[in-house]
Design a protein around this ligand. Structure first.
Ligand code: C2E
Ligand code: MG
Ligand code: MG
Ligand code: MG
Length: 277
């Protein structure tokens, strides 16, 4: 690692650092080929409209390492981004989400929306938008059946080219959501600059709404603000009935969280659908 290589700082290089760096290297190596070895899979977490109607699912990556077991996407997605592996992995994620959409359509749920998390690294590939639109056509999924979840980090290095790419996707009918809203900086600026349909209020705001006056006011006002801007809002991480009741009262459009449904494996999705029809 850079730290280990920094000769004069070797004294500050602790055993914990070495363990971390070792794990990182090991995971980085193992991530190459993880897709081919079928170690990656997707879980799907349902998202509901306030009416209780199923709106769709968010696809969430899972990695089952043969020795280390389940590795959190919070750990391996950054590695996949640093190595560029997120590009082929991300394409596979979109294909899989499209496959689920087709299956749902075959069962009569043609209007569900599959949400997929998008890394800034993917958007930086110059052919991304063309590839994406071709893929949708190939899979026979309407553009409106896909929602790309981006985070504010997309703006850090990007700027105009990224916004132009998102704009093209939006014009083609692909939906864009701003994920983890409220956790970054200058959030309101991005609301103005990004071509988005949906705003996802971060779990950290939802968690305290039953107990904390400030969060209550923030979330209720955010929902109003988002509506005034003509966007729709998703509340993430709903775990308690009381949170759900408040969010409904405040007119939150879409609801997601363990209370309503945990991420489920692909083969569970089909069984999930008829119940909700
Ligand atoms: P995210 O996109 O914000 O996804 C929501 C995360 O919150 C998921 O964690 C989900 O399992 C978790 N969650 C949902 N409801 C609840 C709840 O009620 N309580 C709690 N405590 N957690 C809840 P997960 O699956 O570990 O994913 C973590 C992050 O990894 C995602 O955050 C996303 O940023 C990233 N990620 C996952 N899949 C992909 C992918 O295919 N591509 C990219 N680029 N990133 C991904
Ligand atoms: Mg997300
Ligand atoms: Mg999120
Ligand atoms: Mg998150």
């Amino acid at each position: 690692s850079a730290k280990a290589a920094g000769g004069n700082r070797i004294g500050a290089y602790t055993e914990a650092d070495a363990t971390r760096a070792g794990r990182r290297l090991k995971l980085e190596g193992a991530l190459r080929g993880a897709l081919e070895r079928s170690e990656l899979s997707l879980c799907y977490q349902p998202i509901y409209a306030a009416s209780g109607r199923l709106r769709g699912f968010e696809a969430l990556l899972r990695w089952n390492h043969p020795e280390l077991g389940a590795i959190s996407p919070a750990e391996f997605v950054p590695l996949a981004e640093q190595t560029g592996l997120i590009v082929p992995i991300g394409e596979w994620v979109i294909r899989e989400a499209c496959r689920i959409h087709r299956e749902a359509t075959a069962k009569g749920h043609a209007d569900i929306v599959m949400a997929v998390n998008l890394s800034p690294v993917q958007l930086r590939v110059p052919s991304f938008v063309d590839g994406m639109l071709r893929l949708l056509e190939e899979c026979g999924v309407p553009a409106s059946g896909l929602e790309l979840e981006i985070t504010e980090s997309i703006m850090l290095e990007a700027g105009e080219r990224t916004i132009a790419a998102l704009e093209r996707l939006r014009q083609a009918g692909v939906r864009i959501a701003l994920d983890d809203f409220g956790t970054g900086y200058a959030s309101l600026t991005y609301l103005r600059e990004l071509p988005i349909h949906t705003l996802k209020l971060d779990r950290s705001f939802i968690r305290p709404i039953c107990h904390q006056h400030t969060e209550r006011v923030i979330v209720e006002s955010m929902i109003m603000l988002v509506h005034r801007l003509g966007l729709e809002v998703v509340a993430e991480g709903i775990e308690e009935e009381e949170q759900l009741a408040l969010l409904r009262e405040w007119g939150c459009d879409l609801l997601q969280g363990y209370l309503l449904g945990r991420p489920i494996e692909a083969r569970g999705v089909g069984a999930h659908l008829p119940k909700l029809a």
